[in-house]
Design a protein around this ligand. Structure first.
Ligand SMILES: N[C@@H](CCC(=O)N[C@@H](CS)C(=O)NCC(=O)O)C(=O)O
Length: 242
């Protein structure tokens, strides 16, 4: 029996990946339910049609079942998993700081996603290309440097990891965000590189953690693709050879 069941789309990294990375780094036993049973297993629970458990229903995946508890919202799942997985420093101030950083990562993820879906998530990218171009230009010029500058500044104020000497789930999520942004905006990220040396070091440090390295090399790690949050649409990136 797995301790945790993750319910998430089986063909994308998406927001589920932030949870997968935490479970993998901790060596937790978990079942990635839809990867085993197919995505149809998620349908009854989308938009709260049914609850997986007796508590508050989830609006959208990812959600995690842990015994009788069913938890949705990526940052909320990580808030829950941090202490048992040993991926957050002890004490309320540190837990709240981790949650604050994770919610800021969630904001960045939404803005990165909205570069290819600025008008509506229910529309195809091809139906909103002019708006995407405008949105992506602003994202790359102003929002991306602002978010990454913020995380770089927080890293500068501490030791090896964003909350101090030990890795937390926030560091794993920052790894994922830097990887995703590098996939979607390689030119913009190359231009920003000298302004975010600590974030890039952190990305490598996380990638080299033994369990993460094994996970990344395994078939459990799905490749980035153009159904996902981070999409490789060269026209949305800064100009330059790719
Ligand atoms: N804020 C939520 C967002 C959840 C979300 O947007 N999930 C996406 C996949 S990454 C989804 O399946 N959305 C379906 C929908 O919103 O109808 C979280 O962080 O978990």
């Amino acid at each position: 029996m797995s301790s945790y069941e993750l319910f998430y789309w089986p063909t994308i990294q998406g927001r589920g990946e932030f949870v997968r990375l935490a479970l993998e780094d901790a060596g937790a036993s978990y079942l990635d339910v839809a990867r085993v049973k197919g995505e149809r297993v998620l349908y009854p629970f989308i938009h709260g049609k049914r609850g997986l458990g007796p508590g508050v229903r989830a609006f959208a995946p990812p959600f995690l079942r842990a015994g009788k508890l069913v938890i949705a919202q990526t940052a909320n799942i990580l808030l829950f998993l941090g202490p048992p997985l040993g991926l957050v420093p002890a004490g309320e101030p540190a837990r709240l700081a981790a949650h604050q950083l994770q919610l800021t990562i969630a904001d960045l993820v939404v803005e990165a996603h909205d570069t290819h879906h600025p008008v509506g998530s229910g529309l195809y990218y091809e139906e909103q290309k002019p708006e995407s171009l405008r949105r992506a230009r602003d994202f790359v010029a102003s929002r991306l440097p602002a978010f990454l500058g913020y995380f770089e500044g927080e890293l500068r104020r501490r030791k090896r990891f964003i909350l101090g000497a030990r890795a937390s789930y926030v560091d794993l999520s920052l790894f994922q965000v830097i990887e995703g942004l590098g996939y979607a905006f390689p030119n913009a990220m190359r231009r920003l590189a000298r302004r975010i040396p600590r974030l890039l070091e952190l990305r490598d440090r996380v990638a080299n953690r033994p369990r993460i390295a094994r996970y990344l090399a395994s078939e459990r790690r799905l490749p980035f693709n153009e159904e996902d949050l981070f999409r490789d649409y060269p026209e949305l990136d800064s100009r330059g050879p790719r």
